[in-house]
Design a protein around this ligand. Structure first.
Ligand code: HEC
Ligand code: HEC
Ligand code: HEC
Ligand code: HEC
Ligand code: HEC
Length: 474
């Protein structure tokens, strides 16, 4: 307590109540001095990259051309919100290289200066444009740079995700694609609202976007004399927002970002083994059954995801199952989802392909590549979010069982191996952007294929439960 008072005095001594100007506070570089860890993490995040992202810049450019500039500031409103706020762009001829640091990507000031949330999609956040930084800290120590305010909207433990949700839900207006009512092309917030993480209000079960994507740890939240005291640990919230996407051009903190992506993604999707759910002993994992003359089944599930998966830019994501079956001599007797580099899973002509992503279509029902063309979507292959904690409710099991018809080959199978693979972007769309002169072809080489480690599973004939053809039950 004494340390707390000293810290307050120490900070107050070198300042009066005048905070830095709004202009100074808009620059993330201003925050770096006292919040170096937040700054370093944010600087490698997709929020910092949002306006730099070459695929974004290319799509926006092409979209303006193809819609006679009707797209306007629709895309930059979310990807460069401060540039719009400051009147530095109307979206047409958008070039991030011309923007100052205060207008690039989603900045510290943008999130920490939200006064209220208007529309719950297409970024309806309204800024205060003042010198007060809002956060989830109830009794922050005074500082010389800004005023501080506790705001429940920022506090991951209690909020209803509307701050994040307002940008993580996209409804393309009729004026852009001509579809009355608009097509909801990204629906992460709406999907979350259907999950028990949103509907169940009990503390510890009610989890907002920030609860899962801004993990908290015990650490200082600002550098300054007297602040690094164990009794003053408010909880540092991670500012990396790792998920799937990563920088495709030189950018800060790429190694830390890639490690955090693997940390969060690896346990999130699994080929799950046989587990007992409530009163039903579910089969699971990999099975070889006599069904339809010989079938391999594989059960896949999203675990602890607060929405569907993939989510958001689910029309661009590709998640698929690679399955290879061997005979006793180790020769391949059957395979599916074995996808070469720089080829999309749906391009390999595999009739058994099991892939999870949004199928999007133009008004004439041919596949769409871009937001402004999308008239209709089919999200039926997305892995479902958890909606109930009641193990006896049939909805509790939201896994998907994939079936591969292998016929008589089933008898020859001795071993089966699976992997779950994922890419953030489809090569067909990237090649389309290269062909129209909007994207540098070098970007294609930078798109990684991620392997989700809990999708690695093996079925061995020697170990199976002979009555079910499945891996033995626990
Ligand atoms: C309402 C806010 C919002 C609007 C409007 C918006 N985006 Fe995004 N964009 C996002 C969010 C959120 C993500 C991350 C989604 C995810 O990771 O699943 C994203 C991701 C992306 C990506 C990352 C790569 C990918 O596709 O996965 C690209 C490129 C992109 N958007 C392009 C655009 C373009 C072009 C437009 C306009 C036609 C646009 N966005 C409009 C919020 C928005
Ligand atoms: C001169 C140092 C200094 C600078 C510069 C600075 N801060 Fe702070 N900030 C602090 C201190 C000190 C605290 C309180 C720490 C504590 O209570 O342990 C704080 C607290 C905060 C809080 C918590 C507010 C709450 O009540 O939840 C936020 C959010 C914040 N700062 C954001 C920013 C942002 C964004 C910037 C850049 C625009 C910035 N700060 C620049 C020193 C600074
Ligand atoms: C996408 C929105 C967003 C961006 C961008 C952002 N923050 Fe935050 N930040 C938050 C939220 C939300 C919280 C509160 C989390 C909670 O309390 O549950 C927070 C909390 C904080 C806190 C309080 C301590 C803590 O860790 O909870 C500080 C300080 C802070 N941010 C500084 C920064 C700085 C500096 C930057 C830029 C380098 C930045 N933030 C960028 C959303 C953002
Ligand atoms: C101003 C709009 C905006 C706000 C507010 C916002 N985001 Fe984002 N977010 C984006 C955009 C745009 C991207 C994608 C940038 C890109 O890849 O080009 C993104 C990317 C992400 C990603 C990475 C997605 C991926 O596939 O890798 C995560 C996770 C995320 N945001 C979570 C959050 C959380 C949690 C909050 C609230 C604390 C939040 N966002 C607030 C616009 C926003
Ligand atoms: C219960 C935890 C949890 C909650 C709550 C949650 N998420 Fe996620 N989210 C995950 C996990 C786990 C993943 C998959 C692993 C990964 O990509 O990091 C994920 C992935 C994502 C992705 C990448 C999806 C893709 O396919 O590109 C985005 C974007 C995202 N979340 C945003 C949000 C937003 C916005 C909210 C709030 C409306 C939210 N999340 C709520 C756990 C959660």
């Amino acid at each position: 307590m004494k340390a707390l008072i000293l810290a307050t005095l120490a900070l107050a001594a070198c300042s009066d109540d005048t905070a830095l100007s709004v202009e100074q506070l808009r620059d993330p570089g201003t925050c770096k001095q006292c919040h170096p860890q937040h700054f370093a993490q944010w600087s490698g995040s997709m929020h910092a990259y949002a306006s730099e992202d070459p695929v974004f810049v290319a799509m926006n450019k092409r979209g303006q051309r193809e819609t006679n500039n009707t797209l306007g500031d629709f895309c930059v409103r979310c990807h460069a919100p401060m540039a719009v706020e400051l009147g530095l762009t109307n979206g047409i001829d958008f070039d991030p290289a011309t923007l100052p640091a205060e207008a690039k990507g989603i900045t510290c000031y943008f999130c920490h200066n939200v006064d209220s949330v208007g529309e719950l999609h297409n970024n309806g956040l309204i800024l205060a444009n003042d010198q007060t930084m809002r956060g989830g800290v109830k009794d922050p120590v005074k500082n010389s740079a800004h005023f501080s305010k506790y705001d429940a909207k920022m506090d991951s433990d209690v909020n209803e995700s509307e701050l994040c949700g307002s940008c993580h839900d996209i409804v393309v207006p009729e004026s852009i694609n001509g579809v009355p009512g608009g097509v909801a092309v990204e629906r992460t917030f709406a999907e979350w609202q259907d999950s028990f993480f949103a509907t169940d209000k009990r503390p510890g079960i009610h989890l907002s976007c920030g609860s899962c994507h801004m993990i908290s740890k015990t650490d200082v939240i600002a550098d300054g004399e007297g602040l690094d005291v164990p009794s003053r640990n408010f909880g540092f919230h991670e500012h990396m927002w790792p998920a799937v996407d990563q920088a495709l051009t030189p950018f800060p903190e790429t190694v830390a970002q890639a490690e955090a992506i693997a940390r969060d993604l690896d346990p999130a999707i699994a080929i799950i083994g046989p587990i007992k759910l409530g009163s039903t002993a579910a089969t699971g994992g990999i099975c070889v059954t006599p069904e339809a003359g010989g079938t391999i089944t594989v059960r896949i599930d999203g675990l602890g995801i607060g929405h569907k998966f993939p989510s958001g830019a689910a029309q661009d994501r590709r998640v698929w199952v690679e399955l290879v079956a061997f005979d006793a001599a180790n020769a391949i007797v059957f395979s599916s989802g074995v996808v070469p580099d720089q080829t999309d899973p749906e391009e390999i002509g595999d009739p058994n392909l099991k892939a999870h992503f949004d199928r999007v279509f133009k008004a004439d029902n041919t596949p769409a590549h871009f937001f402004w063309e999308i008239a209709r979507f089919d999200d039926s292959t997305l892995l479902l979010q958890p909606t109930t904690l009641d193990q006896n409710d049939p909805a509790f099991d939201h896994s998907v069982t994939h079936r591969y018809a292998v016929g008589v080959l089933a008898n020859q199978i001795d071993r089966i191996e699976t992997r779950v693979l994922m890419r953030a972007l489809p090569f067909e769309v990237l090649r389309d952007l290269v062909a129209s002169g909007d994207l540098d072809a070098a970007v294609l080489d930078a798109v990684p294929t991620l392997e989700i480690s809990s999708g690695r599973r093996t079925w061995n004939r020697a170990d199976i439960d002979s009555t079910t053809g499945c891996e033995p039950r626990p």
